[in-house]
Design a protein around this ligand. Structure first.
Ligand code: SAH
Length: 220
């Protein structure tokens, strides 16, 4: 194994930002310990790759704070056999974490340049169970449905009906719902034709766009 100068920074991130805030799932902790977050941030922000805040990436988007990535991953309660969908690929970091936690990951991004660079990065780092798609993810990704878990990393006006529909029995949807400046992180779980919803905490995300997202004039 080549020497990784960021290993110690990742360890510190885990102790101070993730475990201290109550994330206990060993698989989630080990995914955050392994995935090299510094490869997913812009070169100008590498020194802040493991800091306790979100960072700007291309196209006016952000890579979430490490704790939020850990929390959302934890809320999906993955065991390793699942087929998972992420909406909002961005840098590809959250998709890489999901790749360590599930069997297959489909991730959808509306900005072609983000989809392309995330795909290149994920290939370079040999995340072979992730497929990146360029599309409007507010409609989900029907070809690979149903999903045991769906994670949306942009704020939606409400849980998009196509995403609820693409959940497998018992499957979970983790999604920030609401407007500016803050939203509520929600977990939906499908039980037959019923959907149970739990509010988790207040979060701040960039908007989900597209058919079931926020329109330009609505997000001010
Ligand atoms: N998960 C990302 C962070 C994403 S920021 C990471 O780990 O880096 C939110 C992303 O959602 C942005 O890249 C934005 O372009 C994307 N997005 C917004 N609306 C979308 C839509 N309708 N379909 C697909 N992606 C969308």
């Amino acid at each position: 194994m080549p020497h990784d100068p960021y290993k110690e920074k990742r360890e510190q991130m885990l102790i101070h930002q993730i475990e201290r805030r109550g994330i206990k799932d060993q698989r989630v902790l080990s995914a955050l310990r392994i995935v090299p977050r510094h490869h997913f941030v812009p070169s100008s922000s590498v020194s802040d790759a493991y800091s306790d805040f979100p960072l700007r990436i291309k196209c006016g988007q952000t890579i979430s704070q490490p704790y939020i990535v850990a929390l959302m991953s934890d809320l999906l309660k993955l065991e390793g056999r699942e087929n998972v969908l992420e909406i909002g690929t961005g840098s590809g970091y959250q998709a890489a974490i999901l790749a360590k936690l599930a069997k297959t990951v489909h991730t959808v991004e509306r900005h072609p340049s983000l989809a392309e660079s995330a795909e290149i990065k994920l290939r370079e780092l040999a995340f072979e169970n992730v497929q990146v798609h360029h599309a409007d993810g507010s409609n989900g990704w029907p070809p690979a449905a149903p999903y045991d878990g769906i994670l949306v990393t942009a704020a939606a006006p409400q849980a998009p009906p196509p995403l609820l529909k693409q959940l497998a029995e018992g499957g979970r949807l983790v999604i920030p719902v609401g407007s500016r400046p803050s939203q509520t992180l929600q977990v939906w779980q499908r039980k037959g034709d019923q959907y149970l919803c739990n509010d988790i905490l207040a979060v701040a995300f960039v908007p989900l766009r597209g058919e079931h997202g926020w329109q330009e004039e609505e997000w001010r």
